[in-house]
Design a protein around this ligand. Structure first.
Ligand SMILES: [Ca+2]
Ligand SMILES: [Ca+2]
Length: 239
């Protein structure tokens, strides 16, 4: 009988130990920006992390941003008499922000591009501010096309651990904005005539709460009382 009681208490201690170990978990919220032609402006409302009266502890906040681009084109015609060469870029940029929660040190500005080296002769005599008479061609002209969707450019930043997790804790919400723009650039001489076709884009902002749940002392007391009750019942039955 004494041995059974000791074993029962040992089991109770184990139960108590098991429930007092904090369990780690994650909550993931995602802002998905579908296929679109920039420029566009998006806003999504995220839930803050509810601490459930302090029993849920926010360990860290990790943020991942993704920007994709495909399609579009960029053509440059050199209106200078001298030749020029440089890297041409065709793609999109995106900027994320929040008026309510500091995202730092997350990279809030992303750029996704395709590039090509343009070696352009001096103008072949076509008008300034215009291409050659059609068909567009000439040693002073070149163009770059973005890839097909299957070969799209994908830029990912993160996951980055946010420096101010307290900004994300509470029972309310916060907004995240996502703005994208068309992007073209040529690193050679200025005084160019250029033309571009819009690239497509998609993207994502993912915010993850890494947290730990600690049982409330009151719950522990009830568990212990239940265990003692069970033990007492077993003792009565075996007596
Ligand atoms: Ca020209
Ligand atoms: Ca030309």
């Amino acid at each position: 009988m004494r041995m059974a009681t000791v074993m029962g208490l040992a089991a109770l201690a184990l139960v108590g130990f098991g429930t007092s170990v904090a369990s780690a978990d994650v909550i993931t919220q995602t802002m998905t920006v579908g296929s679109n032609y920039p420029p566009n402006h998006y806003v999504q409302t995220f839930n803050k992390f509810d601490t459930h009266g302090g029993t849920w502890v926010l360990d860290s906040v990790t943020i991942t941003t993704v920007l994709e681009t495909w399609g579009g084109y960029y053509a440059v015609d050199n209106d200078n008499t001298s030749a020029t060469s440089g890297e041409a870029y065709r793609g999109v940029s995106a900027t994320i922000g929040s008026p309510d929660a500091r995202l730092a040190p997350v990279l809030t500005s992303l750029l996704a591009t395709t590039s090509k080296t343009f070696n352009l002769a001096g103008t072949v005599g076509d008008p300034v501010g215009a291409y050659n008479a059609p068909p567009v061609s000439g040693a002073d002209w070149d163009s770059l096309s973005g890839p097909a969707y299957a070969g799209r450019v994908i830029v990912t930043s993160g996951p980055v651990v946010a420096s101010f997790p307290g900004d994300f804790a509470g029972t309310g919400t916060f907004d995240v904005s996502y703005d994208n723009l068309q992007y073209v650039n040529f690193s050679g001489l200025g005084n160019l005539w250029s033309e571009s076709g819009a690239a497509q884009s998609a993207g994502k902002v993912e915010i993850v709460y890494n947290y730990t749940v600690t049982p409330e002392p009151v719950t522990m007391a009830f568990l212990a009382m239940g265990g003692i009750g069970l033990l007492a019942a077993r003792r009565r039955k075996t007596a």
